[in-house]
Design a protein around this ligand. Structure first.
Ligand code: SF4
Length: 89
């Protein structure tokens, strides 16, 4: 299981989740070179330890456990995963 950042992040891109994450699973964080190039933050499903710390601190309620992602946002599951697949390719 992993947590997922949905498209609700776009336009806000708050970094409270990044600060709260104990596993360094959320990227790009402020200070990373690509931070300004992406419209939202993403969760690495291979690094997330399912602690849930990120979910309540998001001001726009963009973060869900994978199994609870709203149907209209299901594409975000692949979007988060593919972001990290592209980084390591
Ligand atoms: Fe990080 Fe925990 Fe959120 Fe996973 S659930 S992204 S480990 S804060």
């Amino acid at each position: 299981m992993t947590y997922v950042i949905t498209e609700a992040c776009v336009g806000t891109k708050d970094t409270a989740c990044w600060e709260a994450c104990p596993a360094d699973a959320i990227h790009p964080g402020p200070g990373e070179p690509s931070f300004g190039k992406h419209e939202q933050l993403y969760i690495d499903p291979t690094e997330c330890i399912d602690c849930s710390a990120c979910e309540p601190v998001c001001p726009v309620e963009a973060i869900y456990p994978e199994e609870d992602v709203p149907q209209e946002s299901e594409r975000s599951i692949a979007v988060n995963r593919d972001f990290f697949a592209a980084r390591t390719a």
